[in-house]
Write a protein that binds this ligand. Structure first.
Ligand code: DAK
Length: 256
């Protein structure tokens, strides 16, 4: 039984709902553990092909729980080593989609940026207000925002701590789509369902190769991509996919 999140599985989609609405889903340490272990559980579950993260109430997540951090110091944080939990998110192999509404701030924005795709509502407010607390993002915010919007724009948002609206976020490639809030989750689940029909091994190896492209030179990335391309040719789904094309029928993928 989870205290701060809810999980469900429907049509091969694992749905993780942040569920601490009374504090706008502020992420405390126990909640971070719950999120990461639920993601890992979905990643291992053969009935799940795509994962969707959403927030209950008025927000996706308004950041890490400030009441929990207020008395931290550098040594207590070093000894806690709480980022080790967060780092495990980047090891999730299946596609992870974020359906983001209301506020996604600080650690909440970092959680969204750790997802592969972000679908956001029209009224979303994204940002890193850490500077207003005298700190800075620590769970990948400076890195991920800079990779997605470039140095100059990222610095502007990180230095001001201002929130970014949906249109700006879309313009700078931070989010994938803007969707009216009342249908945000349904449309995200609809897109996720489309992905559940794709070859699961291709999905995960494409994700791995694209992430490599973000982190390595084009040459290294392409070598890596090539290995994953070859690897897919040892799957049954490659045989099925190509055979189905030649037989002019829809493929039936099994993830093997
Ligand atoms: N922490 C704790 N409580 C929060 C919270 C937060 N981040 N955000 C909101 N709340 C609580 C409020 O205190 C309030 O509680 P009550 O007073 O009702 O008991 C309730 O949620 C509703 O919030 P408001 O009354 O303030 O609602 P408003 O609509 O007026 O304002 C707001 C919404 C989002 C503008 C405002 O709540 C706000 O500014 N919140 C703080 C935003 C913020 O500074 N976030 C960044 C926090 S620093 C890590 C990972 C990541 C991080 C750190 C560690 N590890 C994995 C190690 C990242 C750090 C951060 O995120």
């Amino acid at each position: 039984m989870k205290k701060y999140i809810k999980t469900a599985c429907d049509k091969n989609i694992g749905i993780l709902t942040l569920n601490r609405p009374e504090v706008l889903n502020a992420l405390n340490r126990e909640m971070a553990e719950e999120i990461v272990s639920a993601l890992e559980h979905f990643d291992q579950d053969d009935s799940v092909r795509v994962i969707v993260i959403t927030g209950s109430g008025k927000a996706f997540a308004a950041g890490a729980d400030i009441s929990e951090m207020v008395n931290d110091d550098a040594i207590s944080l070093e000894l806690l080593n709480q980022f080790a939990v967060w780092d495990r998110i980047s090891l999730i192999k299946k596609p992870v989609l974020a359906a983001v509404h209301g506020f996604a701030l600080g650690g909440g924005f970092e959680l969204a940026l750790s997802c592969d795709l972000i679908f956001a509502s029209e009224q979303v407010q994204l940002g890193f207000p850490e500077i207003k607390l005298g700190v800075m993002p620590g769970a990948g915010g400076t890195q991920r925002l800079t990779k997605s919007m470039g140095k100059a724009k990222a610095l502007e948002w990180l230095w001001t701590g201002d929130t970014m609206g949906a249109k700006e976020a879309l313009q700078y490639g931070v989010i994938n789509r803007i969707i009216p809030e009342e249908v945000l989750l349904d449309e995200t689940l609809g897109f996720a369902e489309k992905l559940t029909k794709q070859a699961p091994l291709s999905l995960r190896l494409i994700k791995e190769a694209v992430n490599k492209a973000v982190d390595t030179s084009i040459y290294e990335g392409m070598q890596f991509e090539r290995k994953n391309f070859y690897l897919l040719f040892s799957s049954l789904d490659q045989k099925e996919g190509m055979q189905a094309f030649l037989e002019k029928r829809l493929p039936k993928f099994e993830g093997r």
